[in-house]
Design a protein around this ligand. Structure first.
Ligand SMILES: Cc1cc2nc3c(=O)[nH]c(=O)nc-3n(C[C@H](O)[C@H](O)[C@H](O)COP(=O)(O)OP(=O)(O)OC[C@H]3O[C@@H](n4cnc5c(N)ncnc54)[C@H](O)[C@@H]3O)c2cc1C
Length: 484
């Protein structure tokens, strides 16, 4: 039976819209591409009823990659603020580390409008107000989606040669995948999902203190009291406008509440964090039309490595639906841009060569892993280790063990080696007071090297996957056991 579309993309967030644009740009002839989103045209890309919930920060490298490979340049108004970098502070604010280089703070409400206009110029079609509820499959291939209209509650079906799932972290398509594949369907919600939330505020400047607000830098506060198992952030959107929020691991928050007889929730922690900031005074929810319906909201972010396999017969996953955000900082816009650019190009090639099988789409796995994804398992281990540390450990570790070369590695998105952690006679003086911390850092550095090496040997075709994955999981589980 002939399909209605070449490609259907479910979910019109950043991942879905970059994938659509990349497929259209890379295709040698016109493809019929349909994007299905549950939002109305006016609210494209809205993640939840609470808005386009995000910290909004993205690195310059990511937008440069998009410009080079898809030919799209974002500027005002979807880019709200340029920043010189991202700085992480220790809990006592005495140590800081440059966590990322130059970047931007986006307006996530306006960005999809720009993407939608660009996409329509490329001939991409849209179905708004429709939820993709389930995948349709025939003879071992995904062949379409069952949808439900939010306008009249009617169900309908759309068919395509290839379906790309970009429906975000709560993807129902992936969990209900009806064909045999290597794609993992479920995430470990307790360990690998972070609860996060934020405000977008305008404010008057109280005290001058660049460890709490800096109009030129995105600030991250590492602090297990403020954000157990996560971190808090103050990202500038202007001289008097800010995106401020935090993320926690629910299990660690519950443990902490039990231990200290507290009843903190994600929202109460966010409110306390805003109140405790000495720079942000007389604040109110941002009021411009560009922020309407988007000033307060919570949502979830996956913080493990990406799904170890991203393709099946007639089906691909990308963005949060594929658990792509970086495990140490939950940054998902950058990985979504890299992955969606590659996904679109591979999808166009697969349609043109008439092979949308797992084999025909496998290049998405191998290219994404080579370009970006190979480091994510190592960051997953670093994240698990950091979650075991106390504030005292974080203060000591950032002061004594984090060298300039480590900071540069983190900025380059590489795993730090922690060379200052040494058990040699001249340096043991720094390691002795925090021996467990020193050993843990050495362990994660060594383990990370192994995981990166294994991911670098990612198989070039599905035939090698099972053997590769079995070996990789043994290595990973050994680290889980050590860090639990
Ligand atoms: C509080 C918070 C702060 C964050 N801060 C940052 C940050 O500062 N920097 C950064 O890089 N990342 C950050 N992230 C992560 C980042 O927001 C995500 O990684 C990114 O938005 C993922 O894009 P996506 O397109 O994959 O998914 P989404 O943005 O979730 O888009 C999914 C789209 O699909 C639609 N959809 C969902 N289900 C269906 C369905 N069944 N049918 C049809 N449509 C559907 C949704 O309505 C939405 O339009 C943050 C996340 C949160 C929650």
């Amino acid at each position: 039976m002939k399909s209605e579309y070449d490609i259907i993309i479910a979910g019109g967030g950043i991942a879905g819209l970059v994938t659509a644009a990349s497929a259209a740009k890379h295709a040698k002839q016109n493809l019929r591409i349909l994007v299905i989103d549950r939002n109305s045209r006016q609210e494209m890309g809205k993640k939840t009823a609470n808005g386009w919930v995000c910290g909004d920060a993205v690195s310059k490298n990511s937008l440069d990659f998009l410009e080079t490979h898809v030919g799209v340049h974002y500027g005002e108004p979807e880019v709200e603020k340029e920043v010189h970098g991202v700085v992480a502070f220790s809990p006592d604010h005495t140590s800081k580390a440059m966590f990322d280089g130059e970047g931007y703070v986006l307006n996530r409400r306006l960005l999809p409008k720009r993407q939608l206009a660009d996409a329509e110029k490329l001939g991409i079609e849209f179905t708004f107000d429709a939820s993709a509820e389930a995948l349709i499959a025939k003879e071992g291939f995904v062949t379409g989606v069952k949808c439900r209209s939010s306008k009249d509650n009617q169900t309908f079906e759309k068919t395509a040669r290839l379906v790309i799932d970009a429906t975000g972290s709560a993807s129902r398509l992936r969990t209900g995948l009806p064909i045999k594949s290597y794609i993992e369907k479920e995430i470990d919600k307790e360990n690998d999902m972070e609860s996060t939330g934020r405000y977008i505020l305008s404010f008057e400047v109280g005290k001058e203190d660049k460890t709490f607000f800096d109009p030129n830098y995105c600030i991250i506060h590492l602090d297990q009291k403020i954000a157990p198992g996560g971190y808090a952030w103050v990202f500038p959107k202007g001289q008097n406008k800010v995106n401020i929020g935090l993320g926690v691991q629910r299990r660690l928050l519950e443990n902490r509440n039990r231990l200290f007889g507290r009843h903190d929730t994600l929202q109460s922690l966010i409110d306390d964090y805003v109140k405790s900031n000495p720079v942000i005074k007389n604040w109110k929810l941002a009021e411009g039309p560009e922020d309407e319906g988007n000033t307060k909201g919570n949502w979830q972010v996956p913080v493990r490595r990406q799904n170890d396999c991203l393709v099946a017969n007639g089906y691909m996953i990308v963005g949060d639906a594929a658990w792509m955000p970086r495990p140490i900082d939950a940054g998902g816009i950058g990985p979504a841009i890299y992955a969606s650019t590659i996904a679109g190009s591979v999808a166009a090639g697969a349609i043109e060569s008439n092979d949308v099988s797992e084999h025909g789409l496998w290049k998405f796995n191998s290219e994404y892993v080579r370009t970006y994804g190979h480091r994510m398992a190592s960051f997953e281990i670093l994240r698990r280790f950091l979650q075991t540390l106390s504030n005292d450990d974080l203060n000591y570790g950032m002061k004594r063990f984090l060298g300039q070369d480590d900071v540069e590695s983190i900025t380059r998105r590489e795993h730090p080696e922690f060379r200052r952690v040494s058990f040699s006679p001249s340096k043991i003086i720094w390691a002795l007071p925090r021996l467990a911390l020193a050993r843990g850092l050495r362990y994660t550095a060594t383990k990370s090297r192994k995981l990166i090496q294994q991911y670098t040997n990612y198989p070039e075709s599905p035939e090698g996957f099972s053997e590769w994955h079995d070996r990789f999981i043994v290595e990973l589980k050994e680290a889980y056991a050590r860090l639990s």
